[in-house]
Design a binder for this molecule. Structure first.
Ligand code: ATP
Ligand code: MG
Ligand code: MG
Ligand code: MG
Length: 564
């Protein structure tokens, strides 16, 4: 491809809200363009990267024997009512009405749709197992869309769903998917860890997350220095807090005033009586301790949500940065509830809440103890959890545990029969008895991976794509494209590289100077540049390695073999 023919609108301007390198560089490099909160268009280079990642995911999924399908981006709400998730999904599920007043949603995930597809079509154990996947747009009305492609509202996900006649067969497929995912991330050239995880709102039992390691990752993961063991902080903490231990841990119930204003909330939180709760929260936010006191900054509507976020702001009047506050708001989605300022409720951790007969959720119907109405509860309930400390010994091998930061790039779940039972999807087993399908589901954040590659691979000048994800492997830079000999030599190298099957772009722009072209090369992050300049008269060009920025003189006919 020729630069002169391509739409690559690079700019020096960084969007105000772009704090992460991937967000800054993808916008500055003209890969993506924001059209609304959490909604991005892909420009040509962005589209090439997205498609390269998508192709690798597809190849590995096909290799595993899964079948590609495509579900509607829009699904009728009735399907979600069948599974019960119309009430449990909360505000992330975007609902709307059509002209006939029918209720619909934009698919955030597709368990319901796939059960609907398979139900009454697979009727015998003889037709099992089967794994269906798609790579398609998702919409989640995230409370805080941010970080560019990392947390969009509209994003591209690979979602797969498998059906089995037994738990054993589900586990076999789950393990196969783990291997498939490892192949994907290895081929993408990423450093990653597989960690034990919680199942979150999707439900089910066993689950593992795949984290791309990067300092900017939103998630804290616990990893062992001498074996493969890893767990996200929630799962690690749970492991460290076996039930019997938990029961002995301090538990406090404190009456809360019915705060109406942010001032009242902050006065309340500053009062001595609440010191310990505040301290724990503070620790969770600022020291990133593994005490999973996390808030659910989720109200029953947008106003409530804003109020709740404001209240979290109010928690730390002195020294909370915007980032800390949003971090606090973000852990939120996961584990507990703060519904401020009417009442303050801090619950730690979904599963613990379940153990205590609490149901956590995003909307009013779910703010209940079994029977007891939570919305009228006037207590703060919280528990101090035993933290997993760095240096603790790994229970698998006795190695040392440490914290690191990860970007959740994939998640696999053993769903069991949660959806098949709810939606009455059954098959006949070998005894002729009707059984609900055992199911698994498996997600990869395809568009998040575009950002994750850059979070892991960049410097202060810009992107450094891995070979598998680079829009082009080589940028042939013609220093002065007005000079015929330079342009001619550039074109020759460009053609030779292309003939060797190497994705190549040639910077043949006549209106830009060499310095500008070099700046674009560094920002755009192609793995190599071949610079055609002054030494051409001696038959020499320069190869620049984007990662090290080291330069090497090579003769014209050596270029292809040096890069291959
Ligand atoms: P997160 O914890 O980051 O909100 P999740 O656990 O809600 O993610 P899953 O339901 O496990 O997400 O979805 C599968 C994958 O889809 C995730 O592992 C992630 O890579 C990707 N993903 C989820 N939400 C988003 C989003 N808002 N923007 C981009 N990718 C996302
Ligand atoms: Mg989420
Ligand atoms: Mg998650
Ligand atoms: Mg997940």
């Amino acid at each position: 491809m020729k630069f002169s023919k391509m739409f690559i609108p690079t700019t020096k301007e960084t969007p105000n809200d772009a704090t992460l390198p991937s967000h800054q560089f993808l916008v500055r490099g003209g890969f993506i363009s924001q059209t609304g909160a959490g909604i991005y268009d892909y420009m040509p280079l962005g589209k090439i990267v997205l498609d390269k990642i998508r192709a690798i995911v597809k190849e590995e999924m096909d290799k595993s024997g899964a079948n590609e399908v495509q579900f509607g981006f829009v699904t009728p709400l009735s399907l979600w009512q069948e599974s019960g998730r119309a009430t449990t999904m909360g505000n992330e599920l975007l609902r709307f009405k059509d002209r006939k007043n029918g209720d619909y949603v934009l698919s955030p995930t597709n368990e319901e749709a796939v059960v609907n597809m398979v139900k009454n079509r697979i009727t015998s154990y003889k037709d099992l197992p089967i794994n269906l996947y798609q790579i398609y747009t998702k919409f989640r009305d995230e409370a805080r869309p941010r970080f560019g492609l990392m947390r969009g509202r509209e994003f591209l996900m690979k979602d797969a769903y498998s059906f089995h006649d037994s738990k054993e067969d589900l586990i076999r497929e789950f393990n196969l998917m783990e291997e498939t995912y490892k192949n994907v991330y290895n081929r993408l050239g990423l450093e990653f860890r597989v960690v034990e995880a919680d199942s979150g709102a999707i439900g089910g039992s066993g689950s593992k997350e795949f984290h791309v390691l990067a300092n900017s990752g939103e998630d804290t993961i616990v990893v062992c220095d001498s074996c493969d063991y890893g767990a996200n902080i929630e799962a690690a903490t749970r492991k460290a807090n076996k039930k019997e231990k938990l029961e002995t841990i301090s538990q406090e119930k404190v009456e809360t005033p019915n705060c109406k204003t942010i001032e009242e909330v902050s006065n309340f939180l500053n009062a001595d009586a609440y010191y310990s709760m505040k301290a724990v929260i503070k620790k969770a936010i600022f020291e990133e301790s593994s005490e999973v006191v996390v808030f659910f900054v989720r109200g029953t509507d947008e106003l409530e949500e804003t109020k709740a976020c404001n209240a979290v702001d109010a928690l730390e009047l002195e020294d909370a940065s915007e980032e800390d506050v949003s971090k606090a708001g973000l852990c939120a989605g996961y584990c507990g509830i703060v519904n401020l300022p009417e009442n303050i409720k801090v619950f730690v951790d979904n599963e613990l809440a379940e153990d205590n007969n609490l149901v956590c959720g995003a909307n009013e119907e779910n703010y209940h103890f079994k029977g007891v109405d939570l919305t009228s509860m006037e207590n703060i309930v919280y528990k101090d959890l035993v933290a997993v400390q760095e240096g603790d010994l790994c229970s698998c091998c006795g190695g040392k545990l440490s914290y690191t930061k990860g970007i959740e790039a994939g998640h696999i779940f053993q769903l069991g029969t949660k959806y098949s039972e709810a939606m009455d999807a059954k098959f006949l087993d070998s005894n002729g008895k009707a059984q609900p399908f055992e199911m698994g589901c498996y997600g990869i954040g395809v568009s998040r991976l575009v950002a994750a590659v850059i979070e892991q691979n960049h410097d202060e000048k810009g992107c450094i794509w891995t070979k598998a994800t680079a829009p082009y492997l080589v940028d042939v830079i013609v220093s002065n494209a007005k000079k015929d000999d330079e342009l001619e030599a550039g074109m020759k190298i460009y053609e030779a590289l292309k003939d060797a099957g190497i994705d190549t772009i040639i910077d043949d722009r006549t209106k830009e100077r060499f310095g500008f072209k070099m700046g674009d090369f560094e920002l755009l992050g192609f793995p190599y540049a071949v610079v055609i300049g002054k030494k051409l008269k001696d038959g020499i060009v320069e190869i620049v390695d984007r990662r090290t920025l080291e330069k090497e003189d090579v003769s014209l006919d050596e270029v292809v073999s040096k890069i291959e």
